[in-house]
Design a protein. Structure first.
Length: 219
């Protein structure tokens, strides 16, 4: 995928969500999921990291060196979970047609990779599907999950907009070292972002943690 900018619209649970920004004009896949914009520049010197996104409806306090615009929109955040968008399939389809479909042909549109949604949203324009992974550090299960999402999504491009390994320090680093090269070689995986640029994860003391450096640089 080659895109210079990406930015979406709204973050309330019933509306399309997530701002996406680019760190460079590039086909590189690796991105930064963040809430604190001050953490994003820590990744800017790493050529493999090319984009970033948050869950807000604006991109306040983004450094001027990072450009942003509108070429891709991400839809509902985890609509199948009570604690997130929490939408029925019918409500998600109606919301997609209302909030996302008007942008069809103007930007690329991404939907959740949920079988019921994609099958019932036959009239929706879906250019790529977005998925999350929080099922631990089994590398084969992770790969199979992404391949199945690609299939369920009608073999559309896949964005892995949130994923985490086992969350156990060195094991998390080992997990990344195994999956990052694989993600980079799957041509249908267009973008991915580890969860997330925050203290205790990719950040430690305001700079990249060992995990953060692994995510930003491991080839």
């Amino acid at each position: 995928m080659q895109c210079r900018y990406a930015l979406t619209s709204q973050t309330e649970s019933a509306n399309p969500v997530t701002n996406v920004i680019s760190l460079a004009s590039t086909s590189r896949k690796r991105g930064v999921a963040y809430n604190v914009a001050a953490f994003v520049p820590a990744f800017s010197k790493f050529p493999k990291v090319s984009w970033a996104y948050n869950w807000a409806d604006v991109t306040l306090d983004i450094p001027s060196s990072i450009e942003y615009g509108t070429t891709h929109l991400l839809a509902f955040n985890e609509p199948d979970l009570d604690s997130q968008a929490n939408l029925t399939v019918a409500a998600a389809v109606a919301g997609y047609l209302e909030h996302m479909e008007p942008f069809a042909g103007k930007v690329k549109l991404g939907s959740p990779a949920l079988k019921d949604f994609t099958s019932r949203c036959a009239s929706c324009t879906i250019d790529f599907v977005a998925i999350h992974w929080y099922n631990g550090g089994d590398v084969m299960d992770f790969k199979d999950y992404i391949m199945q999402a690609h299939k369920v999504g009608g073999y559309r491009p896949v964005w892995v907009t949130e994923f985490r390994g086992p969350g156990l320090g060195e094991e998390e680093i080992i997990f990344l070292e195994e999956v990052l090269p694989w993600l980079d070689t799957q041509d249908y995986v267009h973008r991915y972002a580890y969860f997330m640029a925050s203290e205790g994860s990719l950040i430690s003391g305001g700079i990249l943690s060992a995990l953060g450096e692994t995510f930003a640089s491991f080839a």
